[in-house]
Design a protein around this ligand. Structure first.
Ligand SMILES: Cc1cc2nc3c(=O)[nH]c(=O)nc-3n(C[C@H](O)[C@H](O)[C@H](O)COP(=O)(O)O)c2cc1C
Length: 245
């Protein structure tokens, strides 16, 4: 089984989301999956020009030649694609949206009705990868993932596939405290859950209720996260201002 993660943090390999991805992939690899994590900021991906040339002029192939020449075949050759990104203003970051828009050649232009009586573009290929989402938000509440969750559900429908897991981590900046003596065991526990999630996705193509439920629990009480978070912001502002002088 091939799992490809498309990682869309603008911080590239420095991001909190990447910590989540790494643990998830450890579990997936232990369960026997072949995995690849593609960091989108390291790729040259130009904007879709919106002319439908991939549907009209060169059917199934984009007329822009950049790193998507390799990434679209990798996307299609995967059994599971994981979209991994932070939340930026309640939505996916632009690097992720840019990548997703360039997936258009994988569909046909023609409209067809789905089983709910709603229209979408028809399939170009018989089979599409299953989708999963890993996302990280700085704020604590689940509401911060509402737009993303709806977006990925709609994208799944557009790509004639299934959304087999949504892993949303509020309080996402907690990972910055990985070396903190109090936070280390709590983060360690959450990382174990991510590993179990990776394993379950390979073995069952779904998350068990227990793992899904435990993944949603706060790592630290939200009131403490906000208190220490604000103290950390003050400290960082002071440090940056001092360096500027
Ligand atoms: C431009 C921008 C917008 C953001 N918007 C939100 C937001 O709407 N809700 C939220 O909870 N966090 C928001 N964040 C915080 C990030 O989601 C958070 O820092 C996350 O941990 C970053 O993940 P990364 O390290 O993988 O990039 C935003 C961050 C940036 C830079």
């Amino acid at each position: 089984m091939k799992i490809t993660v498309f990682s869309g943090s603008h911080k590239g390999r420095e991001g909190n989301t990447l910590i989540m991805v790494e643990e998830f992939l450890k579990g997936a690899e232990e369960a026997g999956a072949e995995t690849e994590n593609i960091v989108l900021t390291e790729k040259n991906i130009r904007y879709c020009r919106g002319r439908f040339e991939c549907w009209l002029k060169t059917p199934g192939v984009c007329t822009i030649h950049d790193d998507m020449d390799d990434l679209l075949p990798k996307f299609m050759a995967s059994d599971i694609v994981v979209f991994a990104c932070p939340v930026y203003f309640d939505n996916v970051p632009s690097v992720m949206k840019n990548f997703i828009e360039r997936l258009a050649p994988a569909l046909l232009p023609h409209f067809e009705e789905d089983d709910r009586g709603e229209y979408r573009h028809a399939k170009r290929y018989e089979k599409y990868p299953k989708f999963a989402v890993i996302s990280n938000a700085g704020l604590p509440e689940k509401a911060n993932f509402e737009v993303e969750s709806l977006f990925f559900r709609r994208l799944t429908r557009a790509f004639h596939t299934e959304l087999i897991a949504e892993i949303y981590r509020g309080e996402g900046e907690v990972f910055r405290g990985q070396k903190n003596i109090m936070l280390k065991p709590l983060i360690g526990k959450y990382k174990k859950l991510l590993k179990s999630a990776g394993k379950e996705i390979v073995e069952n193509h779904r998350l068990s209720e227990k793992v899904a439920e435990d993944l949603e629990k706060p790592i630290v009480p939200p009131s403490l996260y906000i208190k220490f978070g604000n103290e950390e912001w003050d400290k960082l502002i002071k440090e940056y201002q001092k360096d500027e002088k």
